[in-house]
Design a protein around this ligand. Structure first.
Ligand code: SF4
Length: 451
């Protein structure tokens, strides 16, 4: 959809992901259309859906293009199984089980998968999502043309408070809120959380927000439980998220013999998006920022998965030696965030038990190890490689984290910035920053002083 339409929902005249930058080469809602075509062509072949679109649309979700809540993509695509997140493990497991003769409908216990089922199995304990998150109120949306600096703070708060009273829950949605966990400890591996149905979340923004919070609460692979959401008379079931790949596993994925050029079927025409990424290197996955507007945690998870330095340096050499047009400049050495490489909770046991949606909001958690030395060392060794003139860092920087390590900031601004560091305008305003669960502008001021 993003390839086809602008943010104003106007049809684009180009598409950076097609040869010759040509528009109109792919259908709307491509995952659904392609699934249907596959089904028509090969009726009896199991249909397994993956990728970012499937991943982010795995439960009932708000769809910007239609401005409404749509049901899980599983139902529209009629896929047998959906793999969400980075799904290497699940792909291999599902393929092996199919190869061993299991039917796709028997594969119900692979992490990072979602599917449709009729009922909750008898040996599972179901708990209502309102026992782990309290549905709240929705703040009134402030007129974007009003300068909130001119309004007294109490007026803004009053208008938000007033709006809270206008949002009512249906009588049938009113649930008793319990703040205590049952005394009997439930077996998490056999516990499923029931979130409000598609029909309810599509009518009620409070329940939508609640369901979304519960989804985010259940993203830590160390303690996440399965989720279930009713759509009509069908249950969309989500197994807990995948276990993060170890460094060795990440290296194995990234060291596969990729061609590093577009498929020959595309011919000689230029693909603008390829030009943008052909000299850039992905060093890690995941993000523990938990910003509310962002889909990374929902897709890649909150635990950082790192490649080894050796594997990253090797990839730079492969780019140098094999990618046509390389002039000595690596355009990015990054990931979802430029500077979360090798950063993690100090204690694995605490990390796997933690239920916080963010390690850096409202402030940096004292348990977070903010040492950037592995990244600094990687930059130093990367720019020493023969044939490499410049390494740029183009991924977004968490400056609240960066200031924790002045040596890293010095290294970055001295050697790896191609012009100016830029900050998006909404990232300077307290209101949006709070809503996005981003640190206040004070962190930026501290970063500027440091630089
Ligand atoms: S304890 Fe702190 S650093 Fe560790 S996972 Fe939780 S929020 Fe992150």
């Amino acid at each position: 959809m993003i390839n086809r339409y602008t943010a104003d929902r106007k049809i684009r005249s180009d598409d950076a992901y097609t040869p010759g930058n040509k528009a109109g080469k792919r259908p709307d809602r491509a995952s659904i259309v392609y699934s249907q075509r596959c089904r028509e062509a090969y009726k009896d072949v199991p249909l397994v859906l993956g990728g970012i679109e499937a991943s982010l649309r795995r439960i009932a979700h708000y769809d910007y293009w239609q401005d409404k809540v749509r049901r899980s993509i599983l139902l529209d695509s009629r896929a047998d199984l959906l793999l969400y997140g980075n799904a290497e493990r699940a792909v291999v497991e599902v393929a092996k089980r199919l190869d061993a003769g299991q039917s796709i409908n028997q594969i119900r216990d692979v992490r990072g998968t979602a599917f449709v089922r009729k009922d909750t199995p008898e040996d599972w304990m179901e708990i209502d999502s309102t026992r782990i998150d309290r549905p709240g109120k929705v703040d009134k949306i402030i007129n974007p043309y009003v300068n909130t600096r001119d309004l007294p703070q109490c007026e803004i708060e009053q208008s938000n408070a007033a709006s809270g009273e206008t949002v009512e829950m249906d009588a049938e949605d009113e649930v008793q809120i319990l703040h205590i966990e049952p005394r009997v400890r439930l077996d998490r591996s056999k516990t499923v959380i029931r979130i409000p149905s598609f029909e309810k979340v599509s009518k009620d923004p409070v329940l939508y927000a609640h369901a979304s919070r519960v989804l985010h609460l259940e993203t830590n692979p160390g303690n996440a439980r399965a989720l279930v959401q009713l759509h009509g008379d069908q249950e969309v079931w989500l197994n807990p998220p995948p276990i993060p790949l170890t460094t060795e596993e990440m290296d194995a994925v990234f060291d596969l013999p990729y061609a590093r050029v577009p498929h020959p079927a595309y011919g000689k025409e230029e693909i603008p998006a390829y030009k943008m990424i052909r000299f850039s290197v992905n060093i890690m996955r995941g993000c523990f920022g938990g910003c509310t507007f962002c889909s990374i945690t929902e897709h890649e998870g909150r635990i950082i998965q790192n490649r080894s330095k050796t594997s990253i340096l090797r990839e730079i050499e492969v780019i140098r030696d094999k990618v046509p047009g390389f002039t000595g400049v690596i355009s990015d050495l990054g990931g979802p965030t430029a500077n979360m490489y090798r950063i993690a909770c100090k204690t694995p046991e605490i990390e796997s038990a933690c239920r916080k949606p963010s390690c850096v909001f409202p402030g940096i958690c004292p348990n977070l190890n903010t040492d950037h030395s592995a990244l600094t060392q990687l930059y130093r060794e990367a720019r020493q490689l023969k044939g490499v003139k410049k390494i740029l860092i183009a991924s977004g920087l968490r400056y609240d984290l960066a200031v924790e390590d002045p040596e890293y900031v010095r290294e970055l601004v001295t050697h790896h910035v191609g012009g100016y560091l830029k900050i998006a305008p909404e990232h300077t305003e307290r209101g949006p920053l709070d809503k996005m669960m981003k640190p206040g502008i004070g962190s930026y001021d501290a970063f500027k002083k440091n630089v």
